[in-house]
Design a protein around this ligand. Structure first.
Ligand code: NAD
Ligand code: UDP
Ligand code: UDP
Length: 336
């Protein structure tokens, strides 16, 4: 037993800290951590030895997505809307909070813009105060309905500023502006990822997105709803590849701020996607053509040369492999 009371107090405090919360490499804040991408990212950060603070208002995310992490002493869930200030002590921030699917972000478009703009200001203010590096989950939607194909980071985009997708597209564009101005004006270390369509387990079953819709329709034997003639294209990235991209981007040299495209360049038409999903699920669903939504981009494919060169990142999960895992997830969900 130590005779000096001050040393004894310090010793017992150290012992207490050691027992209650062993040393971690980094404390990381994930806003939107209870969502599809966020929950996978939280999982990955925990397995990398980080302490994770997950902030989410459950607008489109759910406790179920992070239920398996709740018993982990390095994981903490905070119910909070990032359009309001929040004071935390962290080393890194991943700003993912924002509804991502068209039906979700168009449900309350004013809140969508507020989340991108007010939410980014609060997250950037936090990053500035604690000197944390902050990564923004931007989107290929900043390119709008593009005239350039494939899309590279130097393309400034073609967005309708008053259309029904503008709350999301323009909100994300303004967020990018804020990130670069906090960087230039206040020296905040930023990373901006332009994420292209990503899919995988824990996608919201009612998000109306093409992958979740087609899989659920195929598994239920319901008509597959193609909007338009199905000749529009997208390029789909599996969630594990995307999370790897986030980790590599956060770990990149401080001088590298982006923006950088993250996505899988394998481009297919929506009709081809429907046929592949019908085939993998051995479904007898028929294809059914419906009206195409306003401002629906015709083509989308990332040029990922920058990510390949600077981050040494390359998505390697094939569409059939990724769809297989996603179909398995939705099958279990439907069986519940
Ligand atoms: P998601 O809807 O599953 O996740 C978003 C999360 O943010 C949800 O948990 C939601 O509850 C939370 N959230 C929304 N508004 C909030 C607010 N004001 N305060 C706190 N939490 C809030 O979507 P996702 O697919 O996981 O997307 C994550 C991020 O990646 C989003 O910023 C999205 O714009 C971006 N992104 C995703 C894709 C994709 O294909 N999934 C493509 C491009 C960009
Ligand atoms: N902010 C926050 N958490 C912090 C620091 C700041 O939520 O730890 C918010 C704060 O409420 C402010 C915003 O971030 O509205 C922007 O902060 P900044 O310091 O850039 O601007 P200012 O406080 O001067 O408005
Ligand atoms: N889409 C479709 N049927 C559906 C859902 C979507 O044909 O049931 C189309 C949609 O019109 C778009 C593409 O699939 O052309 C991708 O839609 P999603 O909402 O998944 O992503 P985003 O348009 O944001 O890329």
């Amino acid at each position: 037993m130590c005779a000096c009371p001050v040393a004894a107090a310090a010793f017992s405090r150290d012992l207490f800290c050691c027992m209650m919360k062993p040393y971690t490499e980094k404390t990381v804040l994930v806003s939107g951590g209870a969502g599809f991408l966020g929950s996978h990212l939280c999982e990955r950060l925990l397995s990398d030895g980080c302490e994770v603070l997950c902030v989410d208002n459950y607008y489109t995310g759910s406790k179920a997505n992070v239920a398996h992490l709740m018993d982990n002493p390095y994981f903490e869930m905070i119910r909070h809307d990032i359009t309001f200030p929040i004071y935390l002590e962290v080393d890194k921030i991943f700003n993912l909070a924002c509804p991502a699917s068209p039906i979700h972000y168009q449900f309350d478009p004013v809140q969508t813009t507020k989340t991108s703009v007010h939410g980014s200001i609060n997250m950037l203010g936090l990053a500035k105060r604690v000197k944390a590096t902050i990564l923004q989950a931007s989107t290929s939607e900043v390119y709008g309905d593009p005239e350039i194909h494939p899309q590279s980071e130097s393309y400034w985009g073609r967005v309708n500023p008053v259309g029904i997708r503008a709350c999301y597209d323009e909100g994300k564009r303004c967020a990018e502006t804020l990130f670069f101005d906090y960087h230039r004006q206040h020296g905040v270390d930023i990373k901006v990822a332009r994420i292209f369509n990503t899919y995988g387990p824990r996608m919201h079953p009612n998000d109306g997105r093409v992958v979740s819709n087609f899989i659920i329709q195929a598994l239920r034997g319901q008509p597959i709803t193609i909007y338009g003639d199905g000749s529009q294209t997208r390029s789909f990235c599996f969630v594990d590849d995307m999370v790897e991209g986030f980790i590599k981007l956060m770990a990149s040299e401080p001088e590298f701020a982006g923006p950088v495209n993250l996505g899988n360049p394998h481009e297919i038409t929506i009709k081809q996607l429907a046929e592949i999903i019908v085939d993998i699920t051995s479904s007898n669903s028929e294809i059914f053509f419906q009206e195409i939504p306003e401002d629906d981009p015709r083509r989308r494919k990332p040029d990922i040369s920058l990510a390949r060169t600077v981050l040494d990142w390359n998505p390697d999960v094939s569409l059939s492999q990724g769809l297989g895992e996603t179909i398995e997830y939705f099958q279990k969900l439907l069986d519940c």
